[in-house]
Design a protein around this ligand. Sequence first.
Ligand code: COA
Length: 338
Amino acid sequence: MGITAVIRSVSHHVPTRRVTNEDLSKLMETSDEWITERTGIKERRFIEDDSVTTSTLGEAAARAALEKAGWDAKDVDLIVVATLSPDLYFPGVGVLLQQRLGCRTIPALDIRAQCSGLVYGLSCVDGYIRSRQAKKVLLVCAEVQSPVLDLTNRGRDMAVLFGDGAGALTIEAVESLSASEAGRGIIDSYLGSDGSGAEVLCMKLPGTARPGFIKSSDIEEGLVHPKMDGKVVFKNAVTRLLETAQVLLMRNKVTPDQIDLVVPHQANLRINEMVRQELKLPPEKVFNNIQRYGNTTAATIPICLSEAVAEGRLKEGNLVLTLAFGAGFTWGGNLIRW
Ligand code: COA
């Protein structure tokens, strides 16, 4: 008898503090026109104060997802967290959420796949479920990135892109789907990586590659902030997102017009437009909200999924394709019958 990983609920939580392009133009030489034209972003959310961390944002999203699924925290038997901005250098956010949510002493693990966190996470959860190691899984994607951005002219190319936020999903192992749920679940995932791009988009510190761990000169040189060669990332993103879509569609014998909703990572509206046009999809079949949140790294896709459900654009039985590309480089996607 086959076993399927069915998504029972999705929810999100973002800080209340809106930071507009106009706000950023008071801190650095940038403009609403430049940011909107190059990226599509109009505003993003930054944490209100230091009491908000990746695990507190993740906890809020997780509690909302548990409630929607009708699960108690004690029902969960595996926590998977995707983040590049953990509360602590170690341990990971998974164990912090185990504690905060009041889960049993179940396994909790963190995935480091940056902007591909959700697609790697869903693939990982699917594997645990299919190998019968977990039945009720909480997948949390959360990021607090604003404190490490260089909000000066030096860091303006990166600082205008990112925001804070979290999304969470509950995923259940179903042994045999009822007639009304037939076909639901994670159908397939495709993942890739290319470490030759590691330093094209990275944050070098804190890290063990540098003797002395962190020196004051490293802080002055800006090594504690993320850095990117945007043009190289842009080209790789378009290529790998299309590769992912083509592989998932071909090996599951699905044509683009059969997809109800594509939910891509939110790094740049132009990237997502190029992918949409290449797949010959109408605008309403691709969900974007980068305009309001910027790039929340691992959290972009779950925030989109959560809003798509709330707006009635994603309904039970729909065929969904997620697509992501990020630092690593890492990339991938999931084909899901919602
Ligand atoms: N405001 C105003 N000007 C800025 C700026 C800002 N925030 N940041 C950079 N600039 C300037 C640059 O200094 C450069 O000036 P110059 O021509 O005088 O040298 C000019 O704008 C063009 O910069 P460039 O980097 O060529 O812009 P771009 O068209 O490549 O757009 C990105 C930059 C980052 C928006 C784009 O490359 C991108 O989205 N890349 C992919 C990001 C991504 O996919 N990430 C995914 C993983 S997270």
